[in-house]
Design a binder for this molecule. Structure first.
Ligand code: ADP
Length: 513
């Protein structure tokens, strides 16, 4: 029966586990990290490789302007040739400067040929003349771009430069790219009114080696980074999910009824906190479970004993004619009362602690209520030799639920009578303090050990675990007291000394009329 119960629970827990589907932390993190790195690389790739030509061209155009302005400022410089050499090398441009006479080109005064993609040094004189003409026509400044393709060297009259251009062309063609160059010219005048035509040749396309290296580099970087990101994500997700997986297994065991499971407090702060909370929850569940087991054991014992006795006495009285005595009838009556008080206590406790029954606050004479209850009680107990004393200085009124407060006093008084010492005395004392009335019920009994005090208010807690009939209460008296006083937001407590006695107390606000 037990086994089938456990396996049934296990199956149910497994079914719930199976029903929860979705993407795991590990897969999510690996995917997320990889996609993130890919997007970052794509952006870098776009600017560094795809847009390289465009960015390079923009930079070169501003360089071209710088070079032309530099020459313009140094047109009177006797060391113009040296200046142009430096410019050509530092900016990677070819420079040619011609004298201009009546709108046509004269002698060449500067010639700097540093680039393999140079056009101006290899085209014939007519072409250069036409460049000059166009510059004059355009107001002194003219620029033209050339896209170098195979056999597109029409602009280059000289045949010996073709192979070099073609070589570059072939290299780039293999990658489907073109080489873009620009020829820019400007007409300048020196201080003596002499005119000069400045020709600059600049290449707009980064050399293919840079392009190729960049592309290769990016391919390696992309592969490396994506692998690293995936591994990194895998490592972290494992670190996060491992404790969670272990906790899930332990939680499944708990769900199947194994409360001996502990959750390992490991990993990150959140998982450690979760484990701590789960451990606390399991501890609380075990407590409740123990209480439940204890309750079943106690209740079945406490209910069974009076029931057996009642049935036994009744059968005896029925079957044996001489046993039909008033004493035996009294036994039946006593046991029935015990039984009904136990059942009443159980009902009371569930009523008060579940919040179904709320206090009905009314103003009543607190002192008078205690006095009459105590009188009723002491008359009954006088026969058994008990002495109950009530000490008070004045009549006090309070606003509270009278029947609840009387139940509190009744429970405290019953305990005091049950546990008081040989002298069988109980003292009820009413004191006034700072607008509050404090009622204490003091006995001279065995007292309560300090380590038991925090627990006596718990349900079914009994200091003496053995079921001696003399002290066999329901174990609910003080928990009912606590529930009722909490409903009144009243403070309460106990002071107890071993073998001297206990004093249970509570305080209520005095109602000022
Ligand atoms: P019970 O029905 O067992 O008395 P209670 O909830 O009223 O249940 O009390 C809980 C436990 O507290 C008792 O079992 C007893 O051990 C202890 N206790 C209560 N009142 C007294 C007292 N006046 N003197 C000594 N022990 C007490």
């Amino acid at each position: 029966m037990k086994n089938s119960d456990a396996s049934g629970k296990h199956n149910r827990a497994w079914r719930i586990y199976q029903r929860v589907r979705g993407v795991g932390i590990r897969r999510q993190l690996v995917l997320g990290f990889t996609v993130f790195v890919l997007i970052c690389l794509l952006i870098v790739w776009f600017f560094q490789v795809f847009m390289l030509d465009y960015i390079y061209e923009k930079t070169k155009l501003s360089e071209l302007d710088d070079v032309l302005s530099g020459i313009e400022m140094n047109i009177n410089n006797p060391e113009l040739d040296d200046f142009c050499s430096d410019l050509a090398v530092s900016h990677d441009v070819c420079i040619s400067i011609y004298e201009v006479d009546q709108g046509s080109l004269g002698g060449r005064i500067v010639s700097k040929d540093v680039s393999p993609t140079c056009i101006i040094h290899y085209v014939d004189e007519q072409t250069l003349d036409s460049y000059c003409e166009q510059t004059i026509r355009s107001g002194g400044s003219w620029t033209k771009r050339y896209s170098l393709r195979r056999k597109s060297s029409d602009h280059m009259g000289e045949q010996d430069i073709v192979p070099e251009v073609e070589k570059i062309e072939d290299d780039n063609k293999a990658k489907g790219r073109r080489v873009v160059v620009a020829v820019s010219s400007r007409i300048l005048e020196n201080d003596y009114g002499d005119q000069f035509a400045v020709f600059i040749n600049i290449c707009f396309t980064p050399v293919s080696a840079i392009h190729q290296t960049r592309t290769m580099q990016f391919a390696y970087i992309t592969f490396g980074m994506v692998t690293a990101a995936a591994m990194f994500a895998w490592y972290f997700s494992k670190k996060i999910s491992k404790p969670l997986e272990r906790m899930t297994v332990a939680a499944e065991q708990v769900a199947c009824g194994d409360l001996s499971q502990t959750f390992k407090e490991e990993g990150y702060l959140e998982t450690r906190r979760l484990a701590k909370t789960l451990n606390y929850a399991v501890k609380e569940i075990s407590k409740t479970d123990n209480l439940r087991k204890e309750l079943i054991a106690n209740v079945s014992h406490d209910l069974r004993t009076p029931l057996t006795l009642i049935a036994g006495y009744a059968e005896m009285m029925r079957d044996i004619p001489g046993e039909n005595t008033p004493e035996n009838s009294q036994h039946i009556i006593d046991e029935s009362r015990r039984l009904s008080s136990l059942v009443n206590d159980m009902l009371d406790y569930s009523k008060y602690s579940s919040g179904i029954l709320l206090p009905d606050f009314t103003v009543f004479n607190f002192t008078q209520s205690i006095r009459s209850t105590m009188n009723r009680y002491s008359e009954l107990l006088k026969k058994e030799g008990f002495y109950i004393e009530f000490k008070y200085s004045e009549e006090i009124f309070v606003k509270a639920d009278e029947s609840m407060i009387l139940q509190v006093i009744y429970n405290l008084l019953s305990n005091a009578i049950n546990y008081t010492g040989e002298d069988k005395t109980v003292l009820i004392e009413q004191e006034l303090k700072d607008g509050k009335v404090r009622l204490s019920v003091t006995d001279t009994g065995v007292g309560i050990a300090p380590e038991d005090i925090p627990f006596i208010w718990d349900r079914y807690y009994k200091v003496d675990k053995t079921h001696r009939r003399a002290t066999a209460g329901s174990g609910l008296g003080l928990s009912i007291v606590r529930a009722l006083l909490q409903l009144h937001s009243a403070s309460f407590g106990v002071e107890s000394t071993r073998d001297v006695g206990s004093s249970f107390w509570f305080e209520l606000d005095v109602f000022e009329q």
